[in-house]
Design a protein around this ligand. Sequence first.
Ligand SMILES: *Cc1c(COP(=O)(O)O)cnc(C)c1O
Length: 409
Amino acid sequence: MKLETREACLSADAKDPLRGCRERFTLPEGLIYLDGNSLGPLPRATPALLNRTVREEWGRDLIGSWNSHGWMALPESLGDRIGKLIGAAPGQVVVTDSTSVNLYKLLHAALALRPGRGIILSEEGNFPTDLYIAQGLKDRAELRMAARGKLPAAIDENVAVVMLTQVDYRTGALWNMKEMTRAAHDAGALILWDLSHSAGALPVDLDSCGADLAVGCGYKYLNGGPGAPAFLYVSRHLQENIRTPLSGWMGHAAPFDFSMGYAPAPGIRRMLCGTPSVLALRALEAGLQTFADTDMAALREKSLALTGLFMALVDRHLPADTFEIVTPREDHLRGSQVSIRHAGGYAFMQALIEAGVTGDFRSPDLMRFGFTPLYTRFTDVWDAVEHMVTIHRDGRWREKRYNRRQAVT
Ligand SMILES: *Cc1c(COP(=O)(O)O)cnc(C)c1O
């Protein structure tokens, strides 16, 4: 699709099969929000669902709600709903803990499933928490990191588990899940996919790729709210033998028998640890409702059109030596974000945010723009680039105040 004018963008918005989904969100008037890859916006349904949960379930029905309102089943029922977005048949996904904690549980478990192998293999430049968690397992395994181009050649018979983030948080580069999964399996290793920037951003096919393990975030494309619970996936074929190192009572076969010995629950429930945060789960439930009836193929098509349009407009209107697009141009090699290297990237992004276009910045020099097909319009892309051109031309981003760093960038 070639969109050469703002009018063409307007008509693309009018024809967009996902145009109605924007109504499912509460977005501040006039704001162009291109940061749903960091924090999804507030779904319109969230306040009412939380209000009802607080007043009727917690307030009125109290402890009986664990049974009568299905609180106990939420980790699995929401897990199955996420499963639909990531190509996992029911019974393989649970919502629990944070992505970091789930990484720990699954890496630890993967090492036990591949005795005699002492290496966790990951990619240089992977998201820090993924690498830190692997480093924290140093008494059990060594973390080996390979440059993107040196994978999959770095997978050998010492590697217990390959840990990759499907969409790179910095560049937006997308791994071929099927190929890398096969490469890990050919060397006898397991594979653990981090779907933090994939779940809800593009169709994922864990089952059909033969993936073993996966984790992902609830507060990015899934719109579950700040610090929302995360999810994890264990393929059916591993469930009988997998053991979580955090053997808490919610993963017990019979938590309310109060027996002294730990016995893991059958199936995916064994990966739970402690009592889930029901309010947070309800917020995630509302987040997942924003995907109701969404055809993920149509979502992907729009995502590629949005990111493609953004790159084409940046190419046309901004100098390539100052604004270097580091995201792959080929459709099958990128996720749903575009990153631009700019020497003054932090300050430029601050000026852009002040002008009403929210993206974010990743050290040392990357501006990130997330394009979430459920609510981002083609005209938003057009207008965002216009703001960038204005800020580039008038040079206001050089003003000192845009250079003051905040705790969260
Ligand atoms: C966002 C993100 C995380 C976040 O982990 P938390 O435990 O939720 O802080 C982990 N890994 C990747 C790749 C991410 O993008």
